[in-house]
Design a binder for this molecule. Structure first.
Ligand SMILES: [Zn+2]
Ligand SMILES: [Zn+2]
Ligand SMILES: [Zn+2]
Length: 145
């Protein structure tokens, strides 16, 4: 996602571009292909500026997520964030070795909603992330966890 697009969304949602928000966006942009935990983002920020505290970082990330600037995924009760890579609906292939994410346009929800229908189940939302090893990392031939 381009910086200008982020600025526009913040403006539309009346979120002022404070120095704190700017710092968090910079960290996210520097790690555009990775999901990061709130703590990781906080650690990065603390290297340059220690005026921010963890709960402020958390609140800022949540407000960014609410206005659709960020992707969020939850693993073992822990939240991870990254900048939206595309401005339309998509999912990711995630490398378990280097944590790189590769966006793809395909969404299997048409098929899945047919399955859900058989169970009279109403789907309200979905989170699909596909885990594996990217082409770079597969050269190392790491043992499977
Ligand atoms: Zn994405
Ligand atoms: Zn990788
Ligand atoms: Zn989808």
């Amino acid at each position: 996602m381009k910086k200008q697009a982020i600025m526009n969304i913040l403006k539309e949602n009346k979120l002022k571009l404070t120095n704190q928000r700017k710092a968090i966006i910079t960290i996210l942009q520097n790690n555009e292909n990775k999901f990061m935990s709130c703590e990781e983002i906080y650690d990065e920020i603390s290297k340059k500026d220690n005026k921010l505290n963890l709960s402020t970082v958390y609140r800022t990330l949540e407000s960014f997520y609410t206005v659709d600037i960020l992707h969020k995924k939850t693993t073992d009760g822990k939240s991870f964030y990254k900048l939206m890579c595309l401005d339309h609906h998509h999912h990711h292939l995630i490398c378990r070795v280097c944590k790189k994410t590769i966006p793809f346009d395909y969404c299997p929800m048409d098929e899945l909603s047919k399955v859900a229908k058989q169970y009279h189940f109403t789907i309200e939302s979905h989170q699909i992330e596909v885990y594996g090893v990217c082409s770079n990392c597969s050269h190392f031939n790491l043992p499977k966890r």
